[in-house]
Design a protein around this ligand. Structure first.
Ligand code: FAD
Ligand code: NAD
Length: 154
């Protein structure tokens, strides 16, 4: 099967948009990600899937910690910046929870220690043990077939 067919199929799974962040020494790093999933309630675990070519991959391995910030529909520019689609550092605002960076005004910020990691194909699944959560009211940013949108209840 060709890559385009796979991407087209995966792109039909409408998702929210998150920014994965981590801190290594003085270096704060962020990356747009939609491969995010809740895994377990007891204990509280989530997972993210990080491409081995992403700079984020080595940084999470080094820090052993990450946060996932779920974006609002007012943060499309933040997603584009952290995906390298548009360079606009003016949209970047971090808050810090227990020393771990999160995106300011995100709908939810989930701060984790890496509990386990699994190398799977060209990505690694990092399982995060949830340490802290911050919630803010708002509407989610949606992503479908490569385009940003907003959520509409039906
Ligand atoms: P870079 O490409 O170096 O960083 C990304 C951007 O963030 C750069 O513009 C950089 O300047 C900026 N940046 C980073 N840190 C800071 C900082 N401290 N201050 C200001 N700017 C900063 N890839 C995956 O592996 N998994 C996914 O689940 C995934 N989902 C995606 C979902 C969407 C909707 C999109 C659009 C892309 C997704 N990607 C995903 C692709 C991924 O976002 C890009 O390949 C990204 O560029 C990889 O980031 P990087 O860690 O290599 O770092
Ligand atoms: P796209 O058509 O390349 O991607 C559609 C969907 O395919 C994505 O939402 C994702 O589910 C899947 N996908 C794409 N690239 C992948 C990869 N390397 N590994 C695993 N799954 C992948 O176009 P788009 O949705 O506009 O994405 C924009 C850019 O962001 C592309 O360069 C894409 O490769 C990258 N991206 C990567 C991932 C990832 O998990 N690594 C996820 C989403 C987007």
């Amino acid at each position: 099967m060709d890559d385009r067919t796979f991407r087209n199929a995966m792109g039909r799974f409408a998702t929210g948009v998150t920014i994965v962040t981590t801190q290594v020494g003085d270096d704060t790093h962020g990356m747009t990600a939609n491969a995010f999933m809740s895994v377990s309630l007891d204990p509280k675990l989530v997972t993210i899937s990080i491409d081995h070519n992403a700079r984020m991959y080595e940084r999470i391995k080094a820090s052993g910690q990450f946060a996932v910030s779920i974006l609002t529909d007012e943060q499309k520019e933040v997603s584009m910046h952290f995906a390298g689609q548009k360079d606009d550092p003016s949209v970047v605002e971090f808050d810090y929870i227990s020393g771990i960076p999160v995106i300011r005004d995100a709908l939810a910020a989930v701060v984790c220690n890496v509990a386990e990691s699994f190398e799977v194909g060209d990505h690694t699944l990092f399982i995060g043990q949830v340490l802290e959560i911050k919630l803010t009211d708002g509407n989610p940013l949606a992503f479908f077939e490569g385009k940003y949108g907003s959520y509409q209840p039906v």
